[in-house]
Design a protein around this ligand. Structure first.
Ligand code: APR
Ligand code: MG
Length: 232
């Protein structure tokens, strides 16, 4: 880890992996900062009384049709990263879940979308383990009191971690479209917190790639339907 952070994008301000420490990231006052969190709990419940659910992990369907983690843009000159994240959680989930520095997992630059370095976005990622009843309370609040429900958030979803006989579960979930690096953040967290074995995750991802190919064929079929309609 380097001691000094001087300007976003300079080689000497990033760890070899492209990660930044939380402190390094905060030294960039000209950067924009976004904080997102994976909230999860253990559970003994089973699907159809057969498939252990093991962990409830919350993600959301965003306004842009992509899956992502709750959270959003934070202004470190007005609030701490963690207080800003709690504020975003209140808007998106209806509960200001307290987030602490200990929940921080990773900070890194978002892939540059603009040539302007001064507005580069730094993504801060957190993971927080909760009790099952707290997670269920968040799910209830997300549809009843969250101001963003139906607007910026189209729905809270759970990540299915099991694999059913016909392949349903984690693999199809991972084959959906995610915002930015949310899929990598999910995969990394599943490994980091031992929520899925590396072997099962590898199998699921390999199956996801096959599903991805089938999805492309499906999309071609749907496209053909609209082409046929266009003639009328
Ligand atoms: N990986 C990479 N980038 C991400 C991720 C992720 N997992 N999650 C979100 N982003 C990006 C988004 O593309 C966006 O540019 O981080 C930025 C902020 O995150 P959001 O959760 O989208 O921000 P929020 O504060 O909730 O605001 C919602 O309002 O002003 C608009 O377009 C703006 O996307 C923003 C939206
Ligand atoms: Mg958001």
């Amino acid at each position: 880890m380097r001691q000094h952070f001087s300007y976003p994008g300079k080689d000497n301000c990033q760890m070899a992996s492209g990660q930044l420490s939380r402190a390094e990231a905060l030294e960039c006052s000209r950067c924009r900062h976004a904080c997102h969190v994976m909230l999860y709990c253990d559970t003994k419940s089973q699907l159809f009384g057969r498939f252990p659910i093991r962990h409830i992990i919350l993600m959301q369907m965003r306004f842009d049709g992509l899956l992502g983690f709750p959270g959003g843009l934070v202004n470190p000159s007005e609030e701490t990263l963690e207080a800003g994240l709690s504020r975003e959680l209140l808007e998106e989930l209806g509960v200001a879940v307290p987030i602490s520095v200990e929940d921080h997992v990773d900070s890194r630059f978002a892939p540059a979308s603009s040539p302007s370095r001064s507005s580069r976005l730094i993504l801060h990622f957190y993971v927080k383990k909760m009790e099952e009843e707290q997670i269920r309370e968040v799910e209830r609040a997300a549809v009843s009191t969250a101001t963003d429900y139906g607007q910026e958030v189209l729905g809270t979803v759970r990540v299915p971690l099991y694999t059913m006989k016909a392949g349903g579960g984690l693999a199809p979930f991972l084959s959906h479209s995610f915002i930015g690096s949310a899929r990598s953040q999910l995969v990394d967290s599943l490994l980091r917190f031992n929520l899925v074995t590396p072997e099962d995750l590898h199998k699921a991802l390999a199956h996801s790639l096959k599903i991805h190919t089938q999805n492309a064929e499906d999309l071609h079929g749907a496209l053909a339907l609209t082409e046929a309609r266009k003639r009328f």
